[in-house]
Design a protein around this ligand. Sequence first.
Ligand SMILES: Cc1ncc(C[n+]2csc(CCOP(=O)(O)OP(=O)(O)O)c2C)c(N)n1
Ligand SMILES: [Mg+2]
Length: 898
Amino acid sequence: MIIDGFVHQLPDADPEETREWLDSLDQIIDRAGESRARFLMARLIERARSRNIGVPASVSTPYINTIPPDQEAWFPGDEDLERRIRRIIRWNAAVMVVRANKAADGIGGHLSTFASSAALYEVGFNHFFRGKGDGTPGDHVYIQGHAAPGIYARAFLEHRLDEEHLRRFRREIGGGGLSSYPHPRLMPDFWEYPTVSMGLGPINSIYQARFNRYLHHRRLDDTSASRVWCFLGDGEVDEPETLGSISLAARERLDNLVWVVNCNLQRLDGPVRGNGKVIQELEAFFRGAGWHVIKVIWGANWDPLLARDADGVLVQKMNTTVDGEYQRFKAEDGAYVREHFFGPDPRLHRLVAHLSDEEIWALRRGGHDYRKMYAAYRAAVELRGAPVVILAKTVKGWTLGPDVEGRNATHQIKKLSNEQLRALRDRLQLQAEIPDAALAEGQEPPFYRPPLDSPEVRYLLARRRALGGPLPSRPVELRRPLLLPDHGPFAEFDAGSGVQEVSTTMAFTRLLRNLARHEAFGPRVVPIIPDEGRTFGMDALFKELRIYASEGQLYEPVDHHLLLSYKESRDGQILEEGITEAGAMASWIAAATAHATRGVPMAPFFTFYSMFGFQRVGDLVWLAGDARARGFLLGATAGRTTLLGEGLQHQDGHSHLLAAAVPVCRAYDPAFAYEVAAIVEHGLQAMFGPAPEDVFYYLTLYNENYAMPPKPAGADQGILAGLYRWAPAPQGTERQAAVLFSGPAHRAARQAQADLAAYYGVGVELWSATSYKALREEALEVERWNRLHPAAEPRVPFVTRCLSAVGGPVVAVTDYLKLVPDQVARWVPTTFVPLGTDGYGRSDTREALRRFFEVDAGHVVVAVLAALAAAGRVPAGTVADAIARYGIDPELADPRTR
Ligand SMILES: Cc1ncc(C[n+]2csc(CCOP(=O)(O)OP(=O)(O)O)c2C)c(N)n1
Ligand SMILES: [Mg+2]
């Protein structure tokens, strides 16, 4: 067999001995059967491992619990009280959703996710999750989005939330409501980590754990007492983001990371792996990647059965039953399980002959066995050297009754009749607290909360006090404030580059280096790159700032003799993430939220290939806004014509459009080095200054070299607002039009200005449009204000004020889609003509691309003249003259359609 072919390439030192061993195995299989043989093999492998003889790791184990009953940790809590607390939380979580859907039909909410995972959370809250007491940041807990009602119900029991809050579940507008899912943007004092877009919580948790190590190794924060916990669904693991970075977590030995996968075997529509076994599949994945895997499949009442399973029939049955069948068993009853699970094999049947149908029905899944979960968590926090994943088998909708438990539709059930609620109440043994009368038809089901001095609440609060305070909570207390640099690092860009031709990317890299060198501020700079450092000229920083590597550098780099060698170090500053934009974005989010999650503000700069930014990891960008991230995103090698040669998949002409949709993203398309510097300087002030704003910045950077002009006096305000006049109409001409440019389109604009003056006597002034998004947002605000203040003197949008003096048409030229400048068209007081790069990119020279997309100087000239001709300000023949002068073929189809 090829798979084990390696064995036959190794010399056999004693063939006779080998034969004896193999014969013994054959005999066992023939005499005692496969189960016995497997058992012996497992023991042999275990022994071999314990004697350190390096056998290849097996990736799967039988479908039973990883921790044997006799090795389970002692449970230190008050089990009865914790059970009662859980029951109250279950009740309030369910009532919250049911009431919300009575009050506002269709408002949604989920019952069954938390119903399946209550024990998974409660054991954490009562015994493991560290809060933020004593000024320490505690643990980072990523909660499964759809379990939010259970987390609110616990905060209610802790008297952190009141009934009024619960009544306003999913009704935030007007204040005092609870957001549907974990959204720091909507509940900034409560939620810390957005999770509900499947897969993003998991990948963020990995990079959060890794970033904690980075902070520690760089001596910026002692993170040794903080663990990262991530709860996720078994359906959620199908997102590429979920499993895509698990090998990094193992490689980095992130034993500060624990994942808890709620394996209820179901997702939204039906089973996760009806024909297979999701727990086994995940075990193999995680073990293969190098994680510690703890399976909690069966509750304690299975233990005696397994102990008596001497011939292995029970384990065999467990191994061979597929998830679709397991799901069915939980939607039936004890008699059905006896017949279909234990039934077919007489030996199995005998194993449960002493149990009643009720007792068989009560055989529990591991995720509902509180002690087993405690033992798993205890083991998880003690395991070293690798991250841990706990695979907990549960029932989706557990305790919610036969119409909900394990049903395919369970995920979306959000209403329960009062009769179903009565059954739930009985199951939770809350008859005394919720009398029948309270659940009479037509009654609103009541919440239930024992008073502060009740045993339940006192216990609950004492547990949280012992663990450092309540969770989730997001206090944003700066433990190590950040000192912003003075103008020093930015100053050199104001003078321009003289005759030296540089790109905005080069200028930014130089600025980044200046910032990192700044004594007080420098250590807070986090440069992040996904294997494109050389493309952006950032390899110059490798040697000076060094690349973070938790193990240091175990080899002498191939380029060690060079001035700019590849330098890895345990306290390196650069996060060189390799080819994972999602991973790099998750790193950026960890750094960009460190002011809140750790009280240690960091200033991250994530420079990516602009095409592989917003469109590749747009959902993470969206999440970053929710998480209140502060930092810089740099889309380098930007533009559809500036990035020459690369073609359709690489040339970005639309990330500014995608950025336009992100409310808290301040997007800029600077043309010159001083603009880049001004935006970064101001951005640092805005995000980390005395009145910090929860916004982030996006700058596009280009790789076209040209002489950087000096900063015109007084330009700062316009640079930040999005528009300023960069050059008047040339001497000897009269101003008749304006051309707005962004990024490297200034070259076409400047050439057109010169040509229009030289050939047609037309004076054009030039404006640098650094941010159409900023202009649009200001204009919309003004427009809204005017609408709502009819009696007041109308205000005039900034862009209108800027351009009203032009007195002629305005042509905008950009390396982005026409829609980008079109964002402000409504507020330009005269004719507005955008020239942009609509359509798919091509590989060719810049010159050819700009001609193709009709954004070169010739097309700017034609656009200006055509607009003037339409207004009767130049003779119509002038346009035809220009078309001929520049060799433009008027019969070519629109590039968008070519
Ligand atoms: C990216 C993304 N795609 C789809 C959804 C819609 N969705 C919400 S919950 C869910 C099923 C979740 O199943 P699972 O992860 O197993 O969670 P659980 O069973 O614990 O509820 C889906 C598809 C989403 N929230 N995010
Ligand atoms: Mg599930």
